[in-house]
Design a protein around this ligand. Structure first.
Ligand code: FES
Length: 178
């Protein structure tokens, strides 16, 4: 059996890739805005900017303009390719700006991807039932930790995603991923 990745992607394991597709499918049915719905591609050797920032990308590795995400309804969780190819939720706020915090779509239990459930206002992992609040805090286990967060900024209609290395605003402690 061929177990190779369908795309060359040094930053993405086969499991992550399959999890990503699974989560993507569920997210579509949940009505979430989804950009990388079919394939996932991060250009090898992508350069990072100041503070390790990268540009948010779509399924083809193309830069996503901020205006495209902000055209969605307030409350939308838009899934994009973020740091090291990690699927990352961007949040459209009520004032039609992007939240400065993004959430990495990677369950802290065993790494599944998950959809946003707008009715329950939760991220709900389909693998073992973990649930997360809108800010990524654990509402129900077995997930042991809050979701990893990243910095999100808009500059000249580009979306910059960079590592979150400050205090975790949900716990008041150092981030568990640093
Ligand atoms: Fe999400 Fe187990 S991987 S609950």
């Amino acid at each position: 059996m061929d177990t190779s990745l369908p795309l060359e992607s040094p930053s993405l394991s086969r499991r992550q890739f399959l999890n990503f597709l699974t989560g993507a499918t569920v997210a579509v049915t949940a009505g979430a805005t989804l950009y990388p719905a079919g394939k996932f591609f991060i250009a090898p050797g992508e350069k990072t900017g100041e503070g390790g920032a990268i540009l948010a990308k779509d399924i083809l590795g193309n830069q996503i303009p901020a205006s495209q995400i902000l055209a969605e309804a307030p409350g939308t969780r838009a899934l994009v390719a973020g740091l090291a190819g990690e699927p990352t939720y961007l949040i459209v706020k009520e004032d039609n700006t992007l939240d400065h915090i993004g959430l990495v779509d990677n369950c802290t239990h065993l790494g599944c991807t998950f959809p946003w459930n707008p009715l329950d206002q939760q991220f709900q992992c389909p693998c073992h039932g973990s649930r997360y609040a809108p800010d990524g805090s654990v509402v129900r286990g077995p997930a042991p930790l809050p979701l990893k967060i990243v910095q999100v900024a808009v500059f000249n209609n580009s979306i910059l995603i960079s590592p979150w290395t400050e205090t975790d605003p949900r716990t008041g402690k150092n981030p568990w991923w640093v």
